[in-house]
Design a protein around this ligand. Structure first.
Ligand code: PXP
Length: 246
């Protein structure tokens, strides 16, 4: 069975919308772990739009399963990761204007930068995962650079299913990519755009060790939790009507 890492960035998105102190990512991580997930993932973006440095520092102290820090391969982030020591660092491309991580890394564009980043992190005992499309060239470069894991970008698969109703080609690419990666010594993770509706074929890939899922789980949590939240508030209002008596 593939393990589950839950990306809790959007708990922080909601908090940052009001710049208040709730909902709290630390409390979210506690609930996610209690529910049985195998890891907590957060993306500390350059623009700090959701997760903040202090969140990662607090999570490092409290997360009992596995803390996966998604980050750009910049000097600032490499230094931060080395200081915090997450259980895993996932290098991702980052563009300021994007709504979410849109593409996979283009490792061929700056091979020395990626190789150095991987070396520096892994030398400090932080295994590195590279977020890439299931492109054989990127997979081979990941192994060449000595990364421990790749995270196969499942966004194309997810988009094809949503927009065309079929993702045969995209699923075959993920399956082939996972096979090639394992063959050349990489461990395989997957993520992006996975949902309750589309996760099964990806989770069934034998080489797939771990899936990172964020938006869809947090979105569903807000729906399945809404009834309870409204009932709690109504109960309080009723209590006030009775002058605070039970
Ligand atoms: N994996 C990586 C590398 C990501 O950047 C993201 C989005 O932050 C995810 C997985 C989770 O994607 P989603 O929120 O679509 O489940």
């Amino acid at each position: 069975m593939a393990t589950l890492g839950v990306n809790i960035d959007h708990i922080a998105t909601l908090r940052q919308a009001r710049r208040e102190d709730e909902p709290n990512p630390l409390e979210a991580a506690r609930i996610v772990e209690k529910a049985g997930a195998h890891g907590i993932t957060v993306h500390l973006r350059e623009d700090r739009r959701h997760i903040q440095d202090a969140d990662v520092i607090a999570l490092r102290k409290k997360v009992k399963t596995r803390l996966n820090l998604e980050m750009a391969a910049t000097e600032e982030m490499i230094r931060f990761a080395i200081k915090i020591k997450p259980d895993q660092a996932t290098l991702v491309p980052e563009k300021r204007q994007e709504l979410t991580t849109e593409g996979g890394l283009n490792l061929a564009a700056a091979p020395e930068r990626f190789e150095k980043a991987i070396d520096r992190l892994q030398a400090k005992g932080i295994p590195v995962s590279l977020f890439i499309h299931p492109d054989p060239q990127m997979i081979k470069l990941s192994a060449w650079f000595g990364a421990t894991f790749i995270e196969i970008h499942t966004g194309e698969y997810s988009r094809a299913l949503r927009e065309k109703g079929s993702a045969k080609k995209e699923l075959a690419e993920v399956i082939e990519g996972a096979r090639l990666a394992k063959e050349i010594g990489l461990r395989v993770h997957g993520g992006h755009g996975l949902t309750y509706q589309n996760v099964l074929p990806i989770a069934a890939i034998p080489e797939m060790e771990d899936l990172n899922i964020g938006h869809n789980i947090i979105a569903r949590a807000s729906m399945v939790g809404l009834e309870k939240a409204v009932k709690e508030m109504l109960a309080l209002l009723k209590k006030a009507k009775r002058g605070g008596k039970k």
